[in-house]
Design a binder for this molecule. Sequence first.
Ligand code: PLP
Length: 366
Amino acid sequence: MGYSFKTNYVPALCSIAKDAGCYAEVVSEMEYALAKKIGFDKIIFNGPIKKEDTLILALDDHAIINLDSQYEVDSIIRYRELNPDKSVSIGIRLNIDLVGEDGMSKVQCGLRVGRFGFTPQMLKEIIPILNSHNIKIVSIHGHTSSSDRAVENYRIIVRQMLNVCDQFKLNDIQYFNVGGGFFGAAADGVNIEGKPKYKDYADCILGECGSSDWFNRISPSIVIEPGVSVTANVFSYISKIFQKKYIADKNFITTDGTVFDVKPTLHSNNLPHTFYTHKKSNDTYIADLVGSTCMEKDIILKDVEVPSSIDYGDFVKIDGVGSYTISLTPTFINYISPIVEIKDGNVFEVRKRQNINDIISLYSLR
Ligand SMILES: Cc1ncc(COP(=O)(O)O)c(C=O)c1O
């Protein structure tokens, strides 16, 4: 299992994945360096842009490198020529044609085609070149982000991966990597009725693999790279109430937090939440919980029930903010928030509160 750093790379969280024996799944120079700092010695290096320095470092570290495009193949060949005595192994990412039975694309956001990896047509040119340079192909990677995270998508992904392995006789494959994109962890209060479970995905993937002669003969490890499905319920976001306003029949409650911390993709779902008020009240009214930036669209919760007694100094907790939030948060207007871990009744600061010196140290003053 590779833990997807991009989903949430808070080092304290990544260390849990490391201690559990996971690989770090990284997609950039920054993530690669971070994985090494955290102490991962098992790394899967994916992503569309692999700078040559980092690629060479990854080769020397014996990371599992899944190539995404031609310029990376060229870099690997240059390395091979400069290091004729070293054995060089790489992986390839396959561009999956993720189309449902109805002929509609299942790629994330309804995009007609995905842009990552090599199509089978491209592989016809690339695989002979890799073979002629004695570069071993030890990994095949089929991650394809979909919006519906459906089990059936994995049947399509796995079948296309198996076809390529069989067609191109990729008999050195050790890692059969289906990527991430699963449903799984969800905060209490999120409706997961009818959503797939880990076992549903496993049954589908193993079923397809088990009925392939190529797979049974070569017997590679199946690799998954979960992100959302293991982090979505891990973090909560707490902010303080500062203002209440009533304008044109609408109530606004303003906190010192921001939607850009809670859901930087600005999706429209209200996340599970709890208000903590100093004064008790049984009555509620409907309000928008809005953030501290100067954007009208900084709406954290839309038309939710708030306790009538809510006032300056109360708090609100938003759950389910563990994935694609902290790593996607812009440094917009506010300091980056501290993060604390609460474990066995003790509190650990796992990210400090940003201060002006942290900010200014990145810039030059004239
Ligand atoms: C290559 C790769 N692996 C794993 C993931 C994790 O996906 P998810 O968070 O949907 O599980 C992603 C996300 O985009 C990805 O690009």
